[in-house]
Design a protein around this ligand. Structure first.
Ligand code: HEM
Length: 343
């Protein structure tokens, strides 16, 4: 039918294209050589390239007409540094902190063994070390802390360690509940830290006795028991760690729970870096505390269990405190019904 003229037109067009591309080639070669087009202009001179954009720290914004100014943020190049920290450095730092302290405690246990109750004339009698409200505060704070730690570690290690074991679906469900628990248990934890501060600050002011205790190796390294008041220097360190780290975790955590309330995206990334680094250091510190309160020292757990400790143990480890309590008991006729007089 009419195939002849169509074929002819196609052949003519192809020949024309070949000729014109051939004629352009020297010009194209010239452009790649010196970066200029045939008219002598650099075609990318005025245009925005990726490298230029990424140097526009801290963020690249567009123009918008809606009231939410945050929506104008297109790219935040500094986020690459943040991602590198979050995905590469943090898991290593976290693993080193947590596994490192477990290895150290294991080595200490093998070297020193369990610190045993040493029977003496006062063994068998008891003295009240922590009252009901103090123990309630301790266990509320510590049970929240344990769940916060596990859900926090899931943010860092979950997709690497847990997901391959249980599969993506189960990991998704677990992570969702972990996130809820992290957000909601942060509140009783913060209240608990504030209560601990109020309850125990008066017994945790550092003084000269602490220095003597440290010089004597806290009784862990040498023989005998250095003098101590209600809390020895090691316990005071635990207290100030809980108050200091607890406050830092609270402030940085609140900034993330209420995004953009007080800071922008860069600020929130800084908050996350501080929150995660202090978080892993906090977990390491508390693991050491748990060790000494359970496996490390016989008789210590009762203080937070029933509240009553062996009087012989108390005289060994907190002699100045026992002396003060006994003086109070002698002068005070209102002995608590739960309290077995110390003498
Ligand atoms: C299951 C874990 C825990 C156990 C078995 C445990 C055990 C103990 C024990 C036995 C004491 C009393 C020591 C004494 O006689 O003076 C104590 C005190 C204390 N605990 Fe814990 N604890 C745990 C978790 C925590 C957590 C998670 C925190 C805070 C985040 C914490 C903060 C404190 C503080 C501030 C004190 C008072 C200072 C001191 O004695 O070191 N504890 N704990």
């Amino acid at each position: 039918m009419r195939r002849g003229p169509t074929l002819f037109r196609t052949l003519v067009a192809a020949a024309a294209l070949t000729v014109s591309v051939g004629a352009l080639s020297p010009a194209l070669a010239q452009q790649t050589k010196d970066g200029l087009n045939p008219t002598g202009q650099n075609p990318t001179a005025e245009s925005v390239n990726e490298e230029f954009l990424f140097k526009q720290d801290p963020k690249i914004t567009g123009r918008i007409s809606i009231p939410d100014h945050k929506a104008a943020n297109l790219i935040q190049p500094a986020g690459r540094d943040y991602r590198a920290f979050r995905e590469s450095w943090l898991p290593w730092i976290g693993a080193l902190a947590v596994l490192g302290i477990i290895a150290l405690l294991g080595a200490f246990y093998l070297w020193r063994g369990r610190i045993r109750l040493e029977p003496n004339a006062d063994s068998g009698k008891t003295i009240l070390r922590f009252g009901g409200f103090e123990r309630f505060t301790h266990w509320m704070t510590s049970s929240c802390f344990i769940i916060l730690s596990l859900s926090g570690l899931n943010y860092i290690f979950g997709k690497r360690l847990l997901m391959p074991l249980i599969g993506a679906d189960a990991f998704g469900v677990i992570s969702q509940y972990a996130k809820y628990s992290h957000i909601y248990l942060a509140w009783p934890f913060m209240i608990g830290v504030a209560l601990m501060l109020v309850l125990w600050i008066k017994d945790n002011i550092p003084n000269r006795i602490d220095w003597q205790w440290i010089k004597a190796g806290g009784g862990f390294l040498g023989k005998g028991h250095p003098h101590a008041e209600r809390f020895n220097a090691g316990q005071k360190m635990v207290f100030w760690m809980v108050v200091g780290f607890g406050s830092a975790m609270s402030i940085t955590g609140l900034m993330m729970i209420f995004p953009f309330a007080l800071t922008d995206i860069t600020g929130m990334q800084v908050m996350q870096v501080v929150h995660s680094l202090i978080g892993v250091a906090f977990i390491a510190g508390i693991l050491a505390h748990i060790y000494i309160g359970t496996l490390g020292m016989e008789g210590a757990y009762d203080a937070m269990g029933s509240g009553q400790v062996d009087l012989g143990w108390a005289k060994d480890h907190h002699d100045l405190w026992v002396a003060k309590e006994q003086a109070k008991t002698r002068n005070d006729s209102r002995i608590s019904p739960h309290q077995v007089p110390a003498e």
